[in-house]
Ligand binder design. Structure first.
Ligand code: COA
Length: 159
């Protein structure tokens, strides 16, 4: 029986859209590991420790959810954590091509690990971390898109 799923991402920072997916996944699996990628290619605004801490604070009420940071290949972390399913979110058709490639490459490297796509609730379809960062940096209100602790961190970092 499949009991552990891994939800990877850059989470720079974690948004309500990500939280929505974690909550959905936590109802489907005994354990969900939110795996925060170091992802230097994206030049994240928050460093890995900050992104992990914000994800932990935000997801504190979900007992079967664990947060960890990782460097290296996702499939290797999935294997270490005995996760047989990778969760990814699909917000719009535009996400599909990139996600299809990632899922294909991961399957090629580790055929026993499946990628499962979940869609967020409609009100989160337009959220992305980079837009949240941009709005916050320009002094806009992001309270609808992120948890209060993330809002505070954004203010401290960007405004
Ligand atoms: N709600 C809100 N936003 C969401 C979302 C949701 N449900 N789902 C995705 N997004 C947004 C993210 O905020 C992010 O927005 P941004 O680009 O504006 O910051 C964007 O969609 C996609 O980012 P993310 O989910 O972080 O994925 P990614 O494409 O940056 O990272 C990894 C993908 C981390 C899974 C991938 O790079 C990886 O596996 N890295 C490890 C190395 C590896 O194994 N490489 C080989 C891969 S085959």
């Amino acid at each position: 029986m499949i009991t552990t799923a891994i939800y990877p991402g850059t989470f720079d920072p974690i948004t309500n859209g990500h939280i929505d997916l974690v909550m959905r996944a936590s109802k489907l699996f005994n354990k969900v590991i939110v795996a925060v990628a170091i992802n230097p290619g994206k030049k994240p605004a928050f460093n890995l420790t900050e992104r992990v801490d914000l994800a932990k604070q935000t997801l504190i009420g979900l007992d079967n959810v664990e947060v960890c940071g990782f460097e290296g290949l996702l499939i290797d972390v999935a294997n270490q954590k005995q996760a047989k399913v990778i969760i990814r979110g699909l917000r719009a058709v535009s996400d599909f091509e990139h996600e299809f490639q990632l899922a294909g490459m991961n399957r090629r490297m580790r055929p026993e690990i499946e990628t499962l796509f979940l869609t967020p609730a409609e009100q989160f379809t337009y959220i992305s971390s980079s837009l949240v960062r941009e709005i916050a940096a320009l002094g806009g209100d992001v309270s609808e898109f992120v948890a209060p602790c993330v809002m505070t961190a954004l203010k401290a970092k960007l405004v």
